[in-house]
Ligand binder design. Structure first.
Ligand code: F6R
Length: 609
């Protein structure tokens, strides 16, 4: 999704903007641009379709745009094709203002009409260009006033960065439903839509809230509410370091992040186990409250939704509370049956997914208490939920989530034990036994990585297929869903997941000679059933790859290939079983020469609907 950066200070802005944009590349984009004000008070613009590398080449690493203040943007096309003209920054007709924008201005068509009637002409097809012209239309020498009037006209979501020829040291930024962080320096200040663009310059950040805007100079940052009254903000220390957002010798961020999972899961679980008990300081739920709810609804998008699907089994089994898992994009429009007797759990790595935010708001409006499980500190979902449990996975840069997903699962497992204990629905012995198993998950994830160190060879066997099926039952089915998503999003191979028992209701028609079927077989309670499904697909010519434990000899002898994982408690097996599927997807994509960290058409943080 789009990214924005800005700088004002004693250094040359161009190289800093380009460096910031490089840090945002992982979010996905199709064009990029910068605008810098030079010492003649001219706004110099450079925009290109394609990679930041092209922009660096075009601007000679920023040196062709000299000046000490500027703004930059990576665009992920929504309104208008990815072209140089549609790329940001956009400029007012007289060249006075330049604007970068993340989000969508929903009422841009009516604003465009109005501006055309007032003599403005449009260069691009974007919604953003209206902002540049509106500020100019309202400008009478007072930028702050023009910004306030402009913001009052905009509907939709935005993180905006604005520069003006007439005040060459100043940056204006505004936020509504799209992340925006201000970086505090000494004699220089920054802004960005993502902390990863700031951490190499400063660790001190101010998080803007919806409806706020700020005036930034090299020596000051003043934040205002939407009426222009100053707002006191606190400076937050960013704890992520730059190494965590670099590849550290790995060929891709995705591989690095797969390998980081034992540590990420440990960082998520270990500090929350104190004196033989799960302590979730971040939330305050009493047994009485938990006993009073009718159900838990989990909502999320993509992999986070699949983490919810896997977590449901653990919560239902241990707590005996009904759990409904809903796609946020569906839930928000479904007139859901949700009230104060519903506990809503929202899962989001980025904390900025537009559909998830909207679903959460809708459920809150209907009275649900909300718990967010989020990775990015200070993100919208983290701020708006009643309670937030952070996943402590560190920055996840690859578009395809890995450690984000497994740490979400870790929190759901912890939550299930925490809630069962509060409810008095688990005996002490079972609790301690599951707690022990929970604690050993980081080690078992490491074992799963080690056991599959040669999965790249298996990838060489399967990379050339046009489709792959994933089947499983119960917890294994939840993993099939995420395994198939990993494969399709990074390798572009059609990958479908099916509840194994559903095959014979239609999908088995697609099974023919040499069709790869990945059969997830770690759940003992349904093992025999899944085995029958393996026999069925094999009888129709499928090549079966089983994912199972070494001890499952019958399955091993049935399958054409086997991927082994350590023998894990069934309730928690998803977190371990997914590891080889992430690795398989990674190596298949690598064999196919795909852009693994930045798959086509995808964005890391989906901040538009
Ligand atoms: C897939 C993937 C996406 C995200 C989804 C939700 O690998 O990363 O499906 O899981 O876009 O994102 P968050 O968790 O940031 O809300």
């Amino acid at each position: 999704m789009c990214g924005i950066v800005g700088y004002t200070g004693f250094q040359q802005a161009g190289p800093i903007l380009l460096e910031g944009l490089k840090r945002l590349e992982y979010r996905g984009y199709d064009s990029a641009g910068i605008a810098v004000i030079n010492d003649k008070r001219q706004i110099l613009i450079s925009k290109v379709t394609g990679r930041i590398a092209n922009l660096c080449e075009r601007t000679q690493d920023g040196s062709s745009c000299p000046g000490n203040a500027g703004i930059g943007h990576t665009r992920w096309a929504t309104h208008g094709a990815p072209t140089d003209t549609n790329a940001h920054p956009h400029v007012s007709n007289n060249g006075r203002f330049a604007v970068v924008h993340n989000g969508i201005i929903e009422n841009y068509l009516s604003l465009r009409k109005e501006l055309v009637a007032n003599g403005y002409h449009f260069e691009s097809e974007t919604d953003t260009e209206v902002v540049a012209h509106l500020i100019d239309m309202y400008y009478d020498g007072d930028i702050k006033k023009a910004v306030i009037r402009t913001l009052s006209r905009l509907r939709g979501s935005y993180a905006l960065g604005v520069i003006c020829q007439e005040q060459p040291e100043k940056l204006y930024v505004a936020r509504e439903a799209s992340p925006l962080i201000l970086g505090v320096g000494v004699g220089e200040n920054y802004f960005a839509s993502d902390v990863t663009a700031l951490v190499s310059y400063t660790r001190n950040a101010i998080y803007l809230e919806d409806g706020e805007f700020a005036e930034i100079t090299p020596d000051s940052i003043t934040v205002y509410d939407c009426s222009g009254h100053p707002v006191q903000k606190k400076v937050t220390r960013i704890t992520w370091d730059i190494q965590a957002a670099e590849k550290g010798g790995y060929e891709h961020f995705m591989l690095k992040e797969i390998m980081e999972q034992p540590a990420a899961v440990k960082a998520t679980i270990a500090p929350r186990i104190k004196d033989g008990e799960i302590v979730l300081d971040d939330i305050e739920l009493t047994g009485e409250y938990l006993g009073s709810i009718d159900k838990i609804v989990i909502t999320a998008c993509g992999s986070a939704y699949y983490a919810g699907c896997a977590g449901k089994y653990a919560i239902e089994k241990i707590c005996r509370i009904p759990v409904q898992v809903e796609l946020a994009s569906e839930l928000r429009y479904s007139d859901p049956i949700i009230d104060e007797r519903t506990l809503l759990i929202v899962l989001s790595q980025s904390g900025e997914t537009a559909d998830t935010i909207a679903a959460m708001k809708e459920c809150k409006r209907r009275g649900a208490k909300t718990i967010a499980i989020v990775n990015v500190v200070g993100s919208t979902i983290a701020k708006e939920a009643d309670h937030t449990i952070y996943t402590w996975a560190g920055p996840e840069i690859a578009v395809a989530t890995t450690k984000g997903y497994t740490t979400q699962l870790a929190v759901l497992y912890m939550f299930s034990l925490y809630a069962a204990k509060k409810l008095g629905r688990i005996g002490e012995e079972d609790y301690l036994s599951l707690l022990k198993k929970l604690k050993s998950l980081p080690k078992q994830i490491q074992e799963a990585i080690d056991m599959n160190s040669s999965i790249d060879r298996m990838a060489k066997k399967y990379y050339n297929n046009s489709s792959i099926f994933y089947i499983g039952r119960n917890t294994d089915y939840a993993i099939a869903l995420e395994g198939a998503l990993k494969m399709k999003e990074i390798s572009y191979i059609h990958a479908e997941s099916y509840a194994a028992g559903e095959l014979k209701h239609g999908t088995i028609a697609l099974i023919s000679d040499n069709q790869p079927v990945i059969a997830l077989c770690c759940n003992q309670s349904v093992m025999e059933k899944t085995m029958s499904n393996i026999v069925e697909v094999k009888a129709r010519g499928a090549k079966v790859v089983a994912v199972t434990f070494r001890e499952n000899e019958k399955i091993v002898s049935l399958a054409d290939d086997v991927i082994f994982v350590p023998n894990v408690e069934t309730l928690f097996s998803a977190i371990v079983e997914i590891i080889p599927l992430q690795l398989l997807a990674y190596y298949v994509a690598r064999e196919n020469g795909c852009d693994i960290d930045k798959p086509k058409n995808l964005a890391k943080s989906v901040t538009v609907e």
